[in-house]
Design a binder for this molecule. Sequence first.
Ligand code: PLP
Length: 369
Amino acid sequence: MSEYQESTLQIDLSALTHNVTYLRGKLKESTKMLAVVKAAGYGSDAIAIAKHLESINIDYLAVAYTKEGVALRDAGIKLPILVLHPQPSNFKTIIDRCLEPNIYSFRVLELFLEEVSALTLKKYPIHLKFNTGLNRLGFLPLDVVSLLGKIKGHSGIEVRSVFTHLAASEDPEEKDFTKSQIEKFDEILSHLLPSLGRRPIIHATNTSGILNYPEAHYDMVRTGIGIYGYANDPKYDIHLKPVTSLLSVISQIHEIARGQSVGYNRALIAQKPIRTATIPLGHADGISRYYGNGIGWVTINGEKAPMVGNICMDMLMVDVSEIDCTEGDTVLVFGPDNPASQLAQHANSISYELLTAVSSRITRVVVQK
Ligand SMILES: *Cc1c(COP(=O)(O)O)cnc(C)c1O
């Protein structure tokens, strides 16, 4: 019998502690650590993760959207929270809930300054983001002078941090490009910092940057995927522990005769008699239709069962012809011994996508092993 009788995402907080400790070991004592808990804590449970991170003295949290920060405040999280991708329509909420916006363009800056002035706030913390090559969000190096003109002496705000984001920190082929991003950032800082007064927190690296570019740790690092147990590199993966395990259960077993089909569109036609197991997880749960038809597998009683036929919305079928198993047995989709990174790779994806895709209807269970 399975430990869980429905699809369940198990969240292991002791693995989270382990990963934070490992990553902290890569930093100088004085370097701060910001933990990224966007997208439900990379598909887990942002509140459970953030509470635990707060208890182990993380310095900062970051979310992508304002709503995610509000949910953390509602849950009583007191840590400073950087909102990486705020929209001006949410500035009132940001201020109301003591969230700290990433200011990444003149449009966003001006609208935030208007809000701050209207409320006659003093020294509201903001974070300035520079685009050094990712070309996603951020001011350009040539914006520095004009930017300083707008913020210098403005009593309503205080630049709490200045940061950039690396485009390919996990890719050894792109070392030169990454180094050029770091150089550009240094150049920006050399113009910006002398005019800012109090030194803001400087930060640039994500998880792979922490591991591959120690020279770019500055005052703080931002880690997301690493604290969840993945490092984009087998060399470092072995030191980390996946925090989440996606578990399920065999709903039904079918004996399929030669020539019979399995699933929608009859995508699998059995070439010989086979046995299939139906699992209550589908594309609406985060196992996309890029899986199936031989791509991807689950583990049942320690054996790999390939996903066969098309993935349905709420279920998928696996071939268990060679596996000793029965209805009600546990199914492991990913977890510490079956990393999400490997499964994702089979569908041309990455751990990030598979982890964050786990739908909200899957039960979360928090454990400390
Ligand atoms: C998501 C995100 C991170 C975290 O990246 P990981 O690769 O998961 O460590 C860091 N910084 C920014 C700006 C992000 O958007």
